[in-house]
Design a protein around this ligand. Structure first.
Ligand SMILES: [Zn+2]
Length: 271
C-alpha cells in the first residue's frame, strides 16, 4: 500500500511537469472508492496550477476547485506523453496539453474526488480528521507526547490511525519504532518524553530517508515517471521475519496487530 513517502515521491515525479497544463479531456473507467463528484465536462478547460500533498492525498489545484487523488491500496499514477492505450485497470485519465495523467488501480480502493474548495464540506470530511504532517515544523515532540498520554492502545496502532500524526503506515511505523528502540505493542500512554523524542526523530528520519530513496517498491509501486523505489532494500525490520537483526544478532519477529503484520527485534526493542 502506498504510504506517505510513496505519495510524496509520486507528487515530486510529476508536479513540475503538470503545473500550468490545460485539461483537454477526462475519461473515467470503473467506479473507484468514491464518485468523482462533478461532471467530467466541468474539469475540461481548467488549468492544473500545481500539486500539493496532505497525508496520503494529492491535491491538484485547478482554476475552480481541487481534485483530490488517493492511491488506496494498489493505485499508482503515471504521467507522460504517448502512453500506451488504457488497460483494464486504468480507471481515471486526465488528458492535458502537457501529457496524460492516468490512475491505474487494480483493487479500486483509490479515488479521484473533485471539491469546489479545500474548505468545502466534502474536503473537510476527507481531510479534516488528518493528524499533523510528520515532516512539517508543526509536528512537535512535546505535543506528540501529550497526545500519546491520552491513548491506551499500542503505539503502533496509534501511528497507523493517523489522527495524531498522518501518513506513518505499516512499513514506516515498524521501521521508526525499531530506530527508536520501542516495542510496537507498548501502550502509547506509557512512553516517557525522552522515548517520544526518539520516536519523533525516528519518524522524521525514516520518512525523509524513504523519500530520498524513491519510496518502497514491494509489489508494484513506481513513481509517475515510472521509477521504482529502493527503501525496502535497507529496511531494518519490515518484511525480515526470521532474519538476523542488522544491529544485534537476534532474529526479527513478527506479530499481528489490527490485522496488519508488525516486525520488530526482540532485543533492540525491549519495551
Ligand atoms: Zn536487534
Amino acid at each position: 500500500m502506498p504510504e506517505l513517502p510513496e505519495v510524496e515521491v509520486t507528487r515530486m515525479s510529476f508536479a513540475d511537469r503538470i503545473a500550468g497544463a490545460a485539461i483537454l479531456a477526462v475519461r473515467i473507467g470503473k467506479p473507484l472508492r468514491w464518485p468523482l463528484g462533478c461532471d467530467t465536462a466541468q474539469l475540461v478547460g481548467q488549468t492544473v496550477h500545481g500539486v500539493r500533498r496532505r497525508g496520503k492525498y494529492l491535491l491538484l489545484d485547478l482554476d475552480h476547485g481541487v481534485l483530490l487523488i488517493h492511491l488506496g491500496m494498489s493505485g499508482r499514477l503515471v504521467f507522460g506523453l504517448n502512453l500506451p492505450e488504457a488497460g483494464v485497470h486504468d480507471h481515471f485519465e486526465l488528458t492535458t496539453n502537457r501529457g496524460l495523467l492516468r490512475l491505474r488501480d487494480p483493487r479500486r480502493f483509490g479515488a479521484v474526488v473533485f471539491v469546489p474548495s479545500q474548505d468545502s464540506a466534502l474536503a473537510t470530511k476527507l481531510l479534516g480528521g488528518l493528524g499533523v504532517e510528520p515532516l512539517s515544523s508543526a509536528f512537535d515532540a512535546c505535543t506528540f507526547h501529550r497526545q500519546l498520554k491520552t491513548r491506551q492502545v499500542a503505539i503502533k496502532q496509534v501511528l497507523l490511525a493517523g489522527d495524531i500524526v498522518v501518513g506513518v503506515g505499516n512499513i514506516y511505523a515498524s521501521e521508526a519504532l525499531f530506530m527508536a528502540g520501542i516495542r510496537p505493542t507498548i501502550s502509547a500512554r506509557r512512553l516517557s518524553l525522552a522515548r517520544v523524542r526518539r520516536l519523533h526523530g525516528a519518524i522524521r528520519e525514516v520518512l525523509s530517508r524513504a523519500i530520498e530513496r524513491g519510496g518502497s517498491t514491494l509489489r508494484d509501486f513506481s513513481s509517475a515517471a515510472g521509477e521504482d523505489g529502493h527503501f525496502q532494500l535497507e529496511a531494518m525490520v519490515y518484511g525480515r521475519e526470521g532474519l538476523e537483526c542488522r544491529v544485534c544478532d537476534a532474529r526479527i519477529k513478527s506479530l499481528r496487530q489490527g490485522q496488519r503484520s508488525t516486525f520488530f527485534c526482540p532485543r533492540c526493542q525491549k519495551g
